[in-house]
Structure formats: C-alpha cells, structure tokens
Write a protein that binds this ligand. Structure first.
Ligand code: URP
Ligand code: ZN
Ligand code: ZN
Ligand code: ZN
Length: 508
C-alpha cells in the first residue's frame, strides 16, 4: 500500500494502511502540561496548528475526538541530537530519515535535529546531500552543521548556512583524530565566526590526541575487544576537552553547547562554568543517563559491541550523577545521539575495537526512559519533563513557541501519555531497522499512546500511520536567547583594556 511502501524489510503488521484523513482533532479532558504550567483543558487542532487550549470546547461531528481523561497531553518530544543516514567509520547508519523518524514517532518524538556532515569539508555539498536524504521524512526536522576543516571557503559558507539555509548551530569535533577532529586554532576561528552570526557553537568534547594514544596502549596490551573502547578514552579525557572548550568559548565570549555529556568529569566543568555566569548548555543523552559500562564486558562480541559509542558509556555512578545534574539544572535538555549500526556493521571491529562503528540507538526510547527514570521516580516534575524533552530544545534553537508548547498558534505536535499504562523495549517490537537494542528488556510505567505530528494522528493503538515526504524542514533563525546581552559583557571587557592601552601609548 501507498503509505507503507517505504518500509522495505519491515514487519508490515506494525505499519498502518492510511494516514489519518481528518485535519480537525479535539483532545478532550486531559491534563495539558507545558514547561511552565499544567491544567486540565481540551486542545483543538485544525490544519496542523493548535487553535485553542481551554476547558469544554464544543465541536461539530466532522472532528476526530480523542479522550485524554486521566492522561497527560504534552508537546511532542524534540530530539536535539541524531544521526540518520550518516556515513561514518566506513559504513552508513541503518536508520534513514524515514525509518528513524517513524521510530521516533512511535516513541513520542515529533521533531529532531540531525547533524549535516560536510562532503570533503564543503558545507554546501553536505547540505545538498542531507536535503536529499531528508526527502523521505515523515516528521519535522532541522539541521546542525559539522565543521570538519577550515579555510576561507568554509568561513564564507558558514554565513550562507545561517543567512540562507536555516542553520543556527555548528558542531566541532575535538575527537576522531584523522577524520572529523579539528584543532584548537580551528576551534577558535569557528567560535568567532559563530559569534558573529549568532550561531550556537557545539562541541564533541574528548581529547582526540590522547584518545589516539590510549588506543595504541590498549592494542599494545593485547586488549582488542569492545571493553578496550572504554578503557582507551577514560572520563578525564572528556573532562579535559570540556574544560578546554569552555575556556576557549569564554575567551571569545560565545555561548557554548556541549553535546553528549557522558561523565561526572565533563558535567562538573559545566557546573563550574555556569556557576561563574558563563553561558554553557550541557546535553546528556539517554544512554549515558541510564546505562553503565558493564555491557562492554559481555562475553559475546555482538552484545558488547552494541554499547560502543563516543564518549563511552561510563562506569555505574556517572549515570546517576548526570540524572541529578539534570534535575538540579546543571544540565538543560536530553538528546539521544541516535546513531544505529547493526550487529553486522558492528562486527567490522571483531578483531579491533577501533573499527567498531560508534553509536547507539535511542530516538524511539528517549521519551519513555526519561519519563520512567525521572518522573516516575520523583526526580523531576511533569513540567520539568516537558522542558527537558521538548521546550528547552525549542528555545535554544530558536523555534519556540512554534515548537515545544501546547499553545494556540503552535504546531500541532502533541503526545498523549498514559501514566498507568506500561512500556517494554525489545528489538523484536521496536520500529528502528536495528537488529539489536541497547535498552533491550527495559520496562516501566508511562506509555505514549497517541502521537500527533503536524496535526496528523501518526501513532495510535500501537499502529504507525506515517507518510514519507510529509515532514517539513524547520529553519532555525540565529540569535537565540543565549545571545541576548552578550555584547554588554564584551563592552565591559573592552573598556577594561583601555587603561593598559593608554599607559602604553603615553610611554612611547
Ligand atoms: O558514538 C557516537 N556518538 N557516534 C555518533 C557521532 C558522534 O560523535 O556524535
Ligand atoms: Zn503496510
Ligand atoms: Zn559526537
Ligand atoms: Zn552524535
């Protein structure tokens, strides 16, 4: 059938036959939760937009009515960190924009921001390639752009990306020596450029030179299995790079976003910087918040290799500390770093952990696992949940309140979560193309029963009804709230230079 054709290789039973035709939806009687407020109210949607949020909305019989009594009506999740159809470590991630997004929708995420990887360093070629990859999209998406080399052309292209292509964030890799890694000089150049356009600088913070040394050590010791991956790049290397990036960002007075914060070491650098007033955002990912490194020591390679990602999943204790940092506001939002490689792809590194493609899943599991781990356990409030999974991402990337809110005028990206229902994660039943799941067997309370994306019911009764090509590219404008007033701090710094300059001039 038309809607499911793109699900080649899929279990057709999981796939609906047609997209919901009604463009008018009323969600009745639920508790509407936004980042700052919750109330019992109805939500009325027409043509993809939320039209009204108030009690007792009356509608005609051409409207699809969903009863949400006893359930939570919340903004769809926004995943700030994914890699769909990414070419990496000699292969390509198994989830493309269609299968990855379908999985996301089944888990209550209605938008994601993916990383465009330049082609031979070219940003415009990379952007074109990702435009093509994203043609099959069934939910809304935005792009970050990675910077993998530096020259005049790249510097110029950054401006084009921001002013013409809707990109407001650039990721710099301080790791992956010999492929994506850049040095401090480039990092500084990139930071300055970001600042001039109001674009957010993002870093993958690990010391790539030291990781390279650590990997050599492991191989010399004869440690070639997946555990060597974690042993070769300990938390101190993440802490060092996080600290360096934070200090360099402070030096040029630019806001900084640290992606996939995996360790106490990195988290404490962020805490320290924020305490001093620096604008630093820290993004933990669901694997780092929930798992520990024990899986990397599993005796069979396939099990152990599925946990390989960078920075590595850490020893038990780091996960709980990251959860606490999230509930206390040291860290601000949760991503996934969804970067799915099958066990066949992972087995490229059967004799050498350095060749195991790095990455784990999470795009489908994030909303449930954060609910279960943080809300069910009483670590955060309902409103915090919405902030951490949706609203803060929309604010940071400057698309709030179009996204991240249940408000009249916002896009109709909505989930209905039943706190009394339960979820269970298995590779057999998930919607990713992966043959494994790093969260295999986890279960808990709280289930996303309905997902509405762009005003269409795309997930209901455990059925997906997704249409390739229905997702929209969301342009993200520069100068988010993180840039408000930074020039004032700058003016203060410049005026503090006046005294020494005057002294120098009068002496000569
Ligand atoms: O292991 C990971 N994280 N793979 C994806 C690329 C990245 O560094 O984000
Ligand atoms: Zn089908
Ligand atoms: Zn990374
Ligand atoms: Zn990533």
């Amino acid at each position: 059938n038309q809607v499911c054709d793109a699900w080649n290789g899929y279990d057709e039973a999981q796939c609906g036959i047609q997209a919901s035709s009604s463009s008018k939806i009323l969600i009745k009687g639920g508790t509407v939760v936004n980042a700052h407020h919750q109330e019992i109210a109805d939500v009325y949607v027409e043509n993809g937009i939320i039209v009204a949020v108030k009690p007792n909305i009356k509608v005609g019989d051409d409207v699809t009515v969903l009863d949400a009594t006893g359930k939570y009506v919340m903004p769809g999740g926004i995943d700030p960190h994914t890699h769909l159809a990414m070419e990496f470590m000699g292969t390509e991630t198994i989830d493309d924009f269609f299968s990855g997004q379908a999985a996301a929708l089944a888990g209550g995420t209605t938008m994601h921001i993916d990383f465009v990887i330049p082609v031979n360093g070219s940003l415009s070629a990379g952007f074109k390639a990702y435009e093509r990859k994203a043609e099959s999209s069934c939910m809304d998406y935005g792009f970050h752009m990675a910077i993998t080399k530096w020259d005049e052309v790249v510097a110029e292209e950054m401006e084009i990306m921001v002013k013409e292509k809707g990109i407001n964030s650039f990721k710099f890799f301080m790791a992956y020596k010999g492929s994506l890694m850049i040095n401090d000089e480039l990092l500084l150049e990139g930071f300055k450029r970001c600042k001039s356009f109001g674009a957010l600088a993002m870093v993958h913070a690990e010391n790539g030179d030291a990781v390279f040394e650590g990997q050599k050590r492991m191989i010399e010791l004869g440690i070639t299995g997946p555990e060597g991956h974690a042993l070769s790049r300990p938390p101190m290397l993440e802490g060092e790079a996080t600290s360096r990036a934070i200090r360099l960002a402070s030096f040029v007075n630019v806001p900084l976003y640290v992606v996939h914060v995996m360790s106490i070491d990195a988290m404490e650098e962020i805490a320290k910087a924020r305490k001093s007033g620096q604008r630093v955002i820290g993004e933990p990912v669901v694997s780092g918040l929930i798992l520990d490194d024990s899986g990397l020591w599993a005796p069979d390679f396939v099990t152990a290799a599925k946990y390989v990602m960078s920075p590595p999943i850490r020893a038990s204790g780091h996960n709980k500390a990251l959860q606490a940092a999230l509930s206390s506001g040291v860290l601000q939002l949760v991503g996934t770093d969804h970067c799915a490689f099958t066990s066949t792809q992972k087995s490229f590194g059967i004799d050498d952990f350095r060749k195991i493609p790095n990455g784990v899943n999470g795009i489908e599991e994030r909303m449930h696992l954060v609910w279960h781990t943080m809300v069910e356990s009483g670590k955060i409030s309902l409103t915090d949940y919405v902030r951490l999974t949706s609203t803060e991402c929309a604010r940071i990337f400057n698309i709030y309140p179009r996204k991240g809110a249940i408000l009249a005028g916002s896009d109709a990206d909505i989930i209905i979560l039943n706190p009394n229902s339960s979820f269970e994660i298995t590779a057999r039943s998930h919607h990713s193309r992966l043959d494994t799941n790093v969260f295999e067997g986890m279960k808990g309370k709280g289930k996303v029963e309905v997902t509405i994306a762009g005003g269409r019911i795309v997930w209901e009764n455990d059925q997906l009804k997704v249409v390739p090509g229905s997702g929209k590219y969301i342009e993200m404008p520069p100068f988010s709230y993180l840039f408000d007033g930074i020039e004032k701090a700058e003016a203060k710094y410049l005026s503090s230079l006046h005294a020494p300059v005057k002294r120098f001039n009068s002496a000569t």
